[in-house]
Ligand binder design. Structure first.
Ligand SMILES: Cc1cc2ncn([C@H]3O[C@H](COP(=O)(O)O)[C@@H](O)[C@H]3O)c2cc1C
Ligand SMILES: O=C(O)c1cccnc1
Length: 340
């Protein structure tokens, strides 16, 4: 199942960022009461308790079950990849898409392990975005189409959404987006991505700083930041995460690239990411800083630096565990266990 985007231009996207659905307060209260009655010392399941109550609110059910999770991997190609900012050549993007479809990538195994469906959405791979050191990455039409593709890919009946990405060069675009949203320049936000040498790292920083300088007039508007400096798969992730909010499908955020695209929504309309938790903190240098700007504490810290949605997919297991305990455990009364 998919859903039709409610927008066909940038103004429509701005409207979709207003009047967002909120968690159901009765379900939150019911879940809090249930949590307090479960057979464990108060607070002993710590963040699992918070997660279950948060999930209950978004689902509008004090004792929720989790429907099948959905993983969507969005793939895009980047004009800046031609500037030698990745350890790998741009053709790896389309080659990895074939690998996703054949079931051979890490995300295939993790989606399977945690019972998630997996979709792969290719975004004009034969047409890389513009090199942002020369002009905007996307024109308005391309940007809206990419966000719409993301929105459309979301299954409104999913139990939770993970947005992953594949796009050689996209740690450069993500760094540019984060630097534009939060300031501080390339020095802070650029990391090694697929594992670039010191020389390529300096090049990457120069490319990001050049992009920030060229687009300085557009950087007050978060959607324009994403259009000028981002990529199609980043725009699609933002569209998918916004769609999930409208469908009240909770989201688990993945690594640096996913979070940079999500950060655009939060910057455009604070609170837009209330339905999202951080699945993990990746080894990409600036991911921790990005999470702290978003006020999100990661569920896992495994040193991953892959993307594709892998860290978030692993966190599906944590969320499933939280919901199973919350909805399946006995209360003190039911089990005949003495209270404190
Ligand atoms: C084989 C392979 C599989 C990947 N899966 C995710 N990425 C990750 O690496 C890329 C970002 O790093 P950079 O900015 O340095 O290009 C993205 O495609 C990201 O998803 C991969 C990269 C490679 C090489
Ligand atoms: O944090 C990530 O998601 C990441 C880091 C390095 C390379 N690709 C993705």
């Amino acid at each position: 199942m998919t859903s039709t985007p409610p927008f066909s231009d940038i103004q429509g996207i701005r409207e979709a960022l207003t009047d967002l659905p909120q968690p159901d307060s009765a379900a939150v209260e019911g879940a809090q009461a249930r949590n307090a009655a479960l057979t464990k010392p108060p607070g002993a399941l710590s963040r699992l308790e918070d997660l279950a109550i948060w999930y209950a609110g978004w689902r509008g059910d004090a004792r929720p079950e989790m429907a099948e999770p959905q993983v969507i991997v969005f793939a895009g190609n980047h004009g800046v990849a031609a500037r030698g900012v990745s350890a790998f050549p741009p053709e790896v993007t389309v080659q990895m898409v074939a690998n996703f479809r054949a079931g051979g990538a890490a995300i295939n195994q993790l989606a399977d392990t945690f019972g998630a469906s997996m979709d792969v959405v290719e975004l004009d791979l034969d047409r890389p975005t513009g090199d942002f050191t020369e002009g905007p990455a996307m024109d308005e039409e391309e940007f809206v189409a990419a966000m719409a593709a993301g929105w459309q890919a979301v299954n409104p009946a999913a139990g939770v959404l993970v947005t992953g990405e594949m796009g050689i060069g996209n740690t450069t675009t993500a760094a540019a987006v984060a630097a534009a949203l939060y300031g501080g320049g390339a020095e802070i936000w650029v990391g090694r991505g697929t594992g670039v040498t010191d020389e390529a790292l300096s090049r990457k920083r120069a490319v990001v700083d050049a992009g920030l300088a060229l687009h300085s007039d557009a950087l007050d508007d978060p959607l324009d930041v994403l259009r000028c400096l981002g990529g199609r798969e980043l725009a699609a992730m933002a569209g998918a995460i916004l769609a999930a909010r409208h469908h009240r499908v909770p989201v688990i955020l993945d690594g640096f690239i996913c979070c940079a695209s999500a950060a655009v929504l939060e910057a455009a309309a604070p609170g837009t990411l209330d339905h999202a938790v951080a699945g993990h903190v990746s080894a990409e240098g600036a991911h921790a800083a990005l999470l702290s700007r978003l006020n999100k504490v990661p569920l896992l810290s495994l040193g991953l630096r892959l993307g594709e949605g892998t860290g978030a997919a692993l966190a599906i297991g944590v969320l499933k565990g939280a919901i199973a305990c919350h909805s399946g455990m006995a209360t003190f009364g039911e089990a005949g266990v003495s209270e404190a």
